[in-house]
Design a protein around this ligand. Structure first.
Ligand code: BJW
Length: 240
């Protein structure tokens, strides 16, 4: 099976790679649906990642993001991120990397043009449409920081449930899914749309789909092969 997939990688004109939290697991970043630890153990991440949760308790959700930002800043890209970056450098224009991750580890490994469907945890933006008074260099410090005139809150520049994905990144990802002849789906539960729909789009357009995930996912139905190994083992073996 491995040799077959390696052959498909060598033969493919264009490869789309869709990654999720599992690609960063071996860097030490807990996956999104992993049990949370410590202070955060009693909260369900799915209940924190919404605008309504933020409006109801901005300090709690802000603190969750501060905690995750600090954790992410302390880890490094792993062999999976590095294999993808090295492949892109060796084969310019042959791979489109699409990620649901907000951790920036693909970018830190060298995939600076990764399509980040769910934004970036390292950045903030205004919660409500900014007015003239909303100046980032004149914030009132706090958890979260706010405009000292109108009170508009800063929020993480990520995509929460019920929010639109960045249109340019989503459009480029859809084009890659329809135009590739091989899609690798790495370390995602395949539960969150529209990202998960990209695997179905690739399959419907005639591409081979290969899943890299130690666990079964709802996307397995469109896969020609499911490699049940961790990403940091599989990706160097497939792309090296
Ligand atoms: C390993 C491993 C190792 C472990 N190696 N693997 C169609 C059908 C049904 C619902 C919808 C639909 N279309 C839209 C929806 C609603 C919703 C949705 O999908 N809900 C579902 C939960 C049912 N989608 C949205 O709301 C999206 N917006 C949207 O559709 O806008 C259109 C619209 C808007 C308004 C009105 C009308 C239409 C937005 C989705 C935003 C998702 N945001 C989050 C949070 C980001 C910020 C943050 O991080 O805090 O993104 S949620 C969270 O899930 C995060 C992730 O990117 C995303 C996916 O998670 P992922 O990566 O799959 O992680 P896990 O933890 O779930 O899985 C890890 C996997 O790794 C597991 O399988 C492990 O086995 C594996 N693994 N170790 C390889 N070493």
């Amino acid at each position: 099976m491995w040799e077959t997939v390696r052959l498909w990688v060598r033969e493919a004109r264009h490869i789309a790679v869709l990654t999720g939290a599992g690609v960063s697991a071996e860097s030490g970043v807990p996956t999104f649906r992993d049990a949370q630890t410590g202070l955060w153990a009693r909260f369900n991440p799915q209940d924190l990642a919404t605008e309504s949760a933020y409006r109801a308790n901005p300090q709690r959700v802000w603190d969750w993001y501060v905690y995750r930002r600090e954790m992410i800043a302390a880890v490094s890209p792993n062999a999976g991120h590095e294999a993808l970056a090295a492949f892109s450098q060796r084969h310019p224009g042959r791979m489109t990397l699409i990620t649901q991750n907000v951790d920036g580890l693909h970018q830190r490994a060298g995939n600076t043009d990764a399509l980040a469907l769910h934004g970036s945890i390292a950045e903030d933006r205004w919660l409500d449409a900014p007015r003239v008074c909303c100046q980032v260099d004149k914030l009132e410090a706090g958890r979260p920081p706010r405009c000292r005139v109108c009170g508009n809150l800063r929020r993480p520049a990520v995509v929460w449930f019920g929010e639109h994905l960045p249109a340019d990144a989503l459009e480029a990802a859809e084009q890659a899914a329809h135009g590739c002849d091989l899609m690798l789906v790495v370390g995602t539960s395949g539960e969150v749309y529209p990202a998960a729909g990209l695997a179905f789009a690739a399959h419907q357009s005639g591409a081979r789909v290969v899943i890299v995930n130690p666990e079964p996912t709802p996307l397995d139905v469109v896969a020609e092969h499911c490699l049940r190994e961790p990403a940091a083992v599989c990706l160097p073996a497939l792309l090296g």
